[in-house]
Ligand binder design. Sequence first.
Ligand code: FES
Ligand SMILES: [Fe+2]
Length: 364
Amino acid sequence: MVLASNNNRPLTAQLRVQDVQIAVREVGINPNHWYAVAWSDSLPPGTVKGVEIWREKIALYRGTDGTLGAIADACPHKNVELSRGKVMGSHLACRYHGWEFDATGQCQRIPYLPPEQKLPCAQARSYPIQERYGLLWIFPGDPALAEQMPLPEMPEYDDPGWFAVPVNGHFQAHFSICNENAMDVFHGFLHEDMQGWFDPQLTDLRDEGGAIAADYRVSYGGPIAKLLGFTDRASGVTTKTITVQYRYPHYHSSLEGVSSLYLMRLPVGPTESRSFAIFFLKLALPPWVTVPLRRWLLPLLQRQFFERFLVQDQEMMESEQRAYLANAQRRYVEINPAIIAVQRLMVRQYQQYQATLGEKASPH
Ligand code: FES
Ligand SMILES: [Fe+2]
C-alpha cells in the first residue's frame, strides 16, 4: 500500500473513507512530537531502563547527580544494549567492557584504555528528554524541532483540588486502534454498569488544526448524578457534556469540571502500544482530608475500577488487531464521524512527516 503521495496534494484528500480505514492501520508515527515513555518514579537516581518508541530502542537513565539521559540502546562498541548497563555518576556505563557515555551519547571513558591514549570516536544518538507531570518525555524526531513542540497542557496537575489517578495501559494493537477506542464514547455496551452515563449523542465535531474535538451529550441516572454532585435528587436524569479531544499524538477528555482524563499514547511498534494516563477527579472534600486518604484510595481506584475497565477495552482492541492481521483488506463499517476524523488526522500526520523526509532527501 502506498501511503506517501507523489505530488503535492494531501494524501488524505485523495483517499476515500474506506481507504483511510485500511491505510490508518499501517501508518507509522510522526516522531516530531513529545512522547511519554515512563513514569518519573520508575526511574530513581542511579538507575537505567529500556524503552521503545516505534521500534526505536532507547536507554533511559538518571545519574546519581540527577542528570537525565536518553540515548540509543546500542553501545557504539559492540551494539550491546546500554539499558543493561550501570549508572556511574552522570554517565551510563555499558555492562560489557564498561565504556562510559554521557547524556549526549559521547564516550567519555574506557576503563582499560591507557591514560595517554586518545578515546575513539564513539557516539550513541541522544534524544531530547524532559520531565513533567510525573512523566519522562522523549522527542524521537528532529531535535531541532523539540523546543517548539509543546507538551499537553494539564492545569489540573498542580491544583490540589483535583485528585490524580495514574493509569497504565499496554496493548498488543496498533496505536490507531487504541486511539479510536479512546475517542469512542459509543461502547458503553462493553462497560455495562461500570460506565455511569448512558444515551450518548454526538453534538459537535471540530477540526482544530492539529486536533479533533468532539462534544457528546450524555445522561446520568439519579443516584450517580447525586454522587457526582450534579443534582440533589436521587431520582430523575441529568445531562452533561463530555468533550473529547485528540491532539496528535495524545488525548484529553473532560466532563464539565468534574473529571478530566489525559491519555498519553506511546506507539511501541506496529502491533504494540502503551498508554500513560492521568485521571483527575474533582473532589468535594478539602485536601487535608484527601491527602491522607490518597494512600489507600489510589490503589483501590486503580485496581477496582480503572484496571477492570481497561481490561474490557484491551480485549476488544486486541481482537480488532487480530482480525486485521488475519485479513488486512476486510472492510468495516465505521459510522462515528469523530472516529473517521481521528483516522484522517493520524494518516495526515504520518504523511506530513514523510513529506519532510522527502524534502530533506531531494537535492535543491
Ligand atoms: S560492548 Fe559496550 S563497552 Fe563493549
Ligand atoms: Fe472503553
